[in-house]
Design a protein around this ligand. Structure first.
Ligand code: ARG
Length: 467
């Protein structure tokens, strides 16, 4: 292949005799991905310039020039007038080299005592901390939507399932509040990850720290970090914060996926438990009658990206010696993909749930299938002093008998039930009716409407106090 003469990189090319090979140049460029860091990169550089001034490494005039230059760069990027150059590798060098063109000699001092290694670690933390704010706000909105719907359905009865077989009656509100519990844990996990992430690497320089009189605490305050890193080598090598967030987002992804799976099942003609709004469904190009829950399917399917991204990050980091290695550059593609999925899916999920209508009649109808109160009948016998194991056996025989007659247990005459145990009396009727049995689950965490109402109230208070 003919050698292509690329120019030598002005920011690090001092010792080089020739420019980088064409393929090597495009192979190593990360600008298409890391340009998303431009805002935090500029913010970091403005703070760093102030720290340089405080250390008397630049003059007041130079500081002004640098700050004005960086503001101009920011404007250019916002107005889409910035010419991103892949030969300058990444966002940091693109911005610095433009700054030099705008601010001249002063700008050539901005990287004093700084390395892209502490710069990128700082940028990424700043970026992710802000994204976590956005995602937790969307999580809160989604939870509020869910809890609001639960509040309207504390008495709506539906079958609860295990193994996807009808198990025991529950309230729809109780089921929705289970989703709220899952998402509450996601919220607490992501906030926890944010707290651990809130440490500033800047001032660690390439790996060993800085010889210049950079006031790191002043810098951290300017940038809004709670803490300053305590080991320069760790500060430039650590990507636990990315792994942790990717892990939290993959758990969130799995939760969203499981919720969507339920919506898809509930919307099927066989279940017919819910209707979804036209807004979030699509039709078939051949079958005119179809209304498919595509958005729920895409959220379910898309969650696989959060798992893949976590696996990718774990594999990327597992063999890296301290300190910085260029492999780390690829962390961004993974984590940005998980962030994009989470942000969009949370918002879409709120729209889906906002427009979802329970089909209460069908939910109730299905509570009279699957011998749904068989456990209550066993509980009845226990209350009449039979051991639970014996009661389980007796009710098992009653179920088999009912099935042989193609009836539900509650459809059997009480006189027929009495043949299975002398303990069964007329009062058994209350234990066979699902509308009555849900009232009995009236302990903390149970499905009784009174409990669900309490939980809804508590959740509403917690959600309104967030932030
Ligand atoms: N673009 C690089 C990254 O994201 C910046 C750090 C490069 N450092 C270096 N010594 N080559 O990881």
């Amino acid at each position: 292949m003919a050698k292509k003469e690329n120019s030598i990189n002005p920011l690090w090319g001092g010792r080089f005799g020739s420019g980088v090979n064409d393929l090597a140049q495009s192979y190593s460029a990360s600008i298409d991905i890391d340009k998303r860091l431009f805002e935090v990169d500029i913010k970091g550089s403005i703070a760093y310039a102030e720290a340089l001034r405080k250390a008397k490494l630049i003059s007041a005039i130079e500081l002004t020039k640098i700050k004005q230059g960086l503001k101009k760069v920011s404007q250019e990027i916002h107005q889409n007038k910035f010419d991103w150059d892949p030969s300058l590798e990444d966002v940091h060098m693109n911005i610095e080299s433009r700054l030099v063109k705008i601010a001249g000699e002063a700008a050539k001092k901005i990287h004093t005592g700084r390395s892209r290694n502490d710069q990128v670690a700082t940028d990424l933390r700043l970026f992710l901390i802000k994204k976590i704010d956005d995602i937790s706000n969307s999580l809160t909105s989604l939870q509020k939507t869910i809890v609001k719907l639960a509040n309207k359905n504390t008495e709506t009865i539906m079958p609860g399932f295990t193994h996807l077989q009808i198990a025991q009656p529950v309230t729809f509100g109780h089921h929705l509040m289970a989703w709220n519990e899952m998402l509450s844990r996601d919220y607490s996990r992501i906030k926890d990850a944010q707290t651990r992430m809130d440490v500033m690497p800047l001032g660690s320089a390439a790996l060993s720290g800085t010889r210049f009189n950079i006031d790191r605490k002043f810098l951290a305050k300017k940038l809004g970090f709670k803490e300053v890193s305590r080991n320069s080598m760790d500060a430039v090598s650590d990507r636990d914060f990315v792994l942790e967030l990717a892990s939290v987002l993959s758990i969130l992804g799995i939760h969203l996926s499981r919720i969507c799976e339920e919506l898809i099942i509930w919307k099927s003609s066989q279940f017919n438990f819910i209707e979804l709004s036209d807004e979030v469904c699509t039709g078939s190009s051949i079958m005119p009658q179809k209304k498919n829950p595509d958005m729920a399917e895409l959220i379910r399917g898309g969650s696989s990206k959060t798992i893949a991204n976590l696996m990718g990050l774990l594999a990327l980091l597992k063999n890296l010696p301290l300190t910085y290695n260029r492999d780390m550059q690829d962390d961004k593609e993974f984590i940005f993909s998980s962030l994009d999925y989470s942000e969009d899916s949370l918002r879409l999920m709120s729209i889906i749930i906002e427009g979802m209508k329970p089909n209460k009649a069908k939910m109730k109808e299905d509570c009279f299938k699957g011998h749904i109160t068989a456990t209550d009948l066993a509980d009845y016998l226990v209350e009449k002093n039979m051991t639970f194991r014996k009661a389980h056996d007796v009710v098992g025989k009653i179920v088999a008998y009912a099935e042989s007659k193609n009836l539900q247990v509650f459809e059997l005459e009480i006189s027929e039930l009495m043949k299975f145990s002398k303990l069964i009396k007329e009062d058994v009727a209350n234990y066979l009716n699902p509308l009555k049995t849900i009232l009995s689950r009236n302990k903390i965490g149970g499905t009784a409407p009174a409990q669900v109402k309490k939980e809804v109230k508590k959740a509403m208070r917690i959600l309104s106090q967030r932030k």
